[in-house]
Design a protein. Structure first.
Lengths: 507, 507
């Protein structure tokens, strides 16, 4: 990253204080520092910090009480990694120029339509980590609701593609799938990829880790194998197996989007424009030519009504056409969790049960995977629905898809069986009735409080389904955790929200 | 502040690490902390921290490397002050409930009109410091541009008044003045207050410190006397002198506004609605009944065109009527700095020169003060313009206003003469021509780089005026600083922006 600085630089000696501020880049300087004084740096001033040819922007925290000596400087963990510095390295600090692209953000806030160049500049500055949380939040706010015209969503998507890496596979057809999130346990990718790959269609899948959910596909795949592959390693797997499931974060396909998403989650803002740009920029950057997008619809899913799903679907298609990706959207039931398990290991177990044709395999997960895989085949081979579905079912029933998943795992670094959690507690119903509603968001929260996804074995294992008749004392689900404290904590939260998490109607 | 927490609290022992993060409240806990693990706290999680009956919300930074031991906890300087903790005090941490008022912010972002209760809830949460920078920024963005209806500005103003303290003076008439900022050196308050007070009208003036400018009125008044008065001390001064000029920050007149303003400055967003609510909520909270508002107009002032000033003036009057404050607005020249000095001590010297009727006193500052003071008298006594102006001029010319300022200073804690800076450098013109434009913003920046307002003696002293004919080698201004580094730094910035700071036209 090349930062234009206004003035002379100053050298200070680095010493690690060992402070982790998550993704926020922080620089620590002592109150006595002559550079702070002469440059007029105050706490929270954003500075340029450089070492060995690379630079970053960080917010200043001032230390007193001898934590750092005059002439010393420290960085947060994220900034240390970014600059690859070690104790006693000499860092340079300098003022940063005001960001020109903020003018465009202000213009958007005042209701103007932005052009391609303006989106390019904003997104490049975000990708370069030049935006503070305050700036990011104002950009997200400016683009929220229905503030973006269709053409602007196209521009934003293009800008995100330009600001990241683009993978090339040298193949005419690259299949892909995506699910517009919000549904716990919906791990179809790990079933769809082996099916499609075993049919000879290339599907080099990059998946995400959980941001606010109890598991992302990358977290669940990581239970079975290594997902932290370099692009070179990923290529080898795909050359051999026609497919892979790896963590996409390291590929930097849309680095600006990775940053924007965190702020959107914090604000809990659903911006249709940002969501479309986020999904499609990553598909285009991953080199995908044909992609099926699953839109689960439900009161506590991301998309809440069929009307919203139709509107989203139309816009997705228009923007996809603009950037040259062939897509098909499908809507699906988003009223309850998918499969039985929620949390990486429990979800991985469900995936394996479906592919192994186990008698107790979750039927909903199997059916969802079949639908998506069939749609991909229809899309790339222009086949009739029934023919496509038969092909897919055959791949599962014959065990070929299972073998393919194992081969992919082995190519990625070896196959491991899911592990069990150390502690568990089974919840029994305190009332009788018919299950009329699940609150997906609160269910996800119970699983997270139990430790998912950091503790891969933690989570929830459901014993019941929507519309099922329940008796008093009937087991509803089991909570799994790796510490008694986390188990207790997840249980407490459940008890406090019991009636909203699983709603019973009495007939 | 009463925070509803979801779960059990945990006690941790406080140890001061001495880290200043400015107004941002940060809590430090070691990576080994059992509470972090059991509660699922991650870096940047926002927690409730309690001690001795008071609580605050702070963002978590995780420390490693033995900076803190298991069972220990630390806080940023701002959080330490807020909770009044000392080493070895036992603090409690807990999860916080999601903020309900964020739902209203999202609603506003989606284009809806908010009601009084929604503004009340948002502003109370902001005043309680429950909003992170991300949330604050989204609220500021939602209210930016022309997004607020007149009724919403009224609601926001009322909400700000309710969330702060309200001063009562037991007097029918409480005069006040305000300047819609952006003009360096515009220190009329220190001339107007003694004039009005000496006429027997009560004017208990609370002023602000600089946020991004080289001096606020409180900074300039502080050169001459103490401005950090408690409400009780302020009352004593006003009882004795009919007026005062104190720092308003400690009065907590509109604590939410103080927080919002910082984010607005960072975003450099001029939101008319927020500005009106900010100005008028503080006037109402200060107990003012009659207030003159000066709106300087100029390309680099806060209000840039006469049309904008008229529109702002109309809205100010409508909202003022709604909240029951009697106001008069005046527009003034905002094309160049006022007086000669910029920076606390230099501005204080100009103020004294006007009140002492010195031959070299800045005429523009004198005239502005006369205009504003006359408008106040017209407003409260319903007098003719000429009569009011004669009264005001008599107060200056007779030295009564000067004596009154000295008396007020003595009542506030003693009168001190302005001090001189240690270092100075006089800039001479490198070209001949007529001064056609000043860039107020860049001029302010030179003064700030020289050290103003923290170094009260630092700043700029102008020798020239707009439309003046300049010869090569003619002194334009002198930069004052308390260190050679700051002097050099301010000079460098000037040299790089020379042609924009003072524009010459050649005829």
């Amino acid at each position: 990253m090349n930062l234009t600085t206004q003035h002379t630089k100053h050298s200070l000696r680095f010493r690690d204080l060992g402070i982790d501020t998550n993704q926020e880049l922080v620089v620590f300087m002592p109150a006595s520092c002559h550079v702070c004084k002469s440059e007029g740096f105050q706490a929270l001033t954003r500075l340029s910090v450089s070492f060995n040819g690379s630079s970053t922007i960080a917010a200043l925290n001032i230390t007193s009480d001898g934590l750092l000596k005059e002439g010393e400087i420290s960085l947060s963990k994220s900034a240390i990694q970014k600059l690859s510095v070690q104790d006693n390295d000499l860092l340079e600090v300098a003022h940063i120029e005001p960001l020109q692209s903020i003018t465009s953000v202000r213009s958007k806030l005042y209701g103007n339509t932005l052009h391609q160049q303006e989106y390019d500049d904003i997104i490049q500055d975000i990708a370069d980590e030049k935006y503070s949380n305050i700036f990011l939040s104002s950009f997200v706010a400016a683009c929220s609701g229905s503030n973006m015209k269709l053409e602007e969503i196209c521009y934003l998507t293009m800008a995100m593609i330009k600001a990241g890496n683009k993978l090339e596979w040298g193949n005419e057809i690259i299949a892909d799938k995506h699910c517009v999130g919000g549904l716990p346990g919906n791990r179809t990718t790990m079933i769809v990829v082996p099916i499609i790959a075993s049919l000879g269609i290339m599907i080099p899948k990059t998946s995400s880790r959980a941001i606010t959910s109890p598991a992302g596909t990358a977290d669940t795949m990581e239970v079975l194998t290594n997902v932290n592959l370099s692009l070179a390693q990923m290529r080898k797997v795909v050359e051999k197996e026609n497919g892979c499931i790896v963590w996409g974060g390291a590929m930097k396909l849309s680095p600006a989007d990775d940053i924007i998403i965190k702020v959107e989650k914090a604000l809990d803002i659903d911006s249709e424009g940002q969501m479309i740009a986020s999904i499609l920029s990553k598909k285009a950057a991953a080199g995908s030519t044909d992609c099926v997008i699953d839109i689960p619809v439900g009161a506590t899913a991301k998309v809440r009504t069929v009307d919203d799903a139709i509107s989203l679907s139309l816009r997705l298609k228009e923007v996809a056409e603009y950037i040259g990706v062939n897509i098909q959207t499908i809507t699906s039931d988003g009223t309850q969790p998918v499969g039985y398990g929620i949390g990486p290991s429990l979800e991985a177990r469900d995936v394996l049960a479906v592919l192994e044709n186990a008698t107790d395999a979750p039927k909903d997960l199997r059916q969802r995977a079949i639908t998506i895989a069939s749609e991909i085949i229809k899309l790339v081979w222009n086949m009739e629905k029934q023919v496509a579905e038969d092909l897919v079912i055959k791949k599962i029933d014959s065990g070929e898809a299972f073998k393919k998943l194992i081969s992919i795992c082995e190519a990625q670094g070896g196959f491991y069986e899911p592990m069990h959690a150390k502690y568990s507690k089974t919840i029994e119903s305190t009332a009788a009735g018919i299950i009329s509603e699940f609150d997906n968001r609160k269910i996800a929260r119970v699983a997270k409080l139990a430790g998912a996804p950091d503790a891969a074995e933690a989570g929830i294992d459901f014993k019941v389904l929507l519309n099922q008749n329940i008796m008093i004392g009937q087991p509803l689900f089991t909570i799994y955790a790796n510490s008694p404290g986390e188990l207790e904590y997840a249980y407490d939260y459940y008890k406090q929200n019991e009636k909203q998490i699983i709603k019973l109607s009495y007939e």
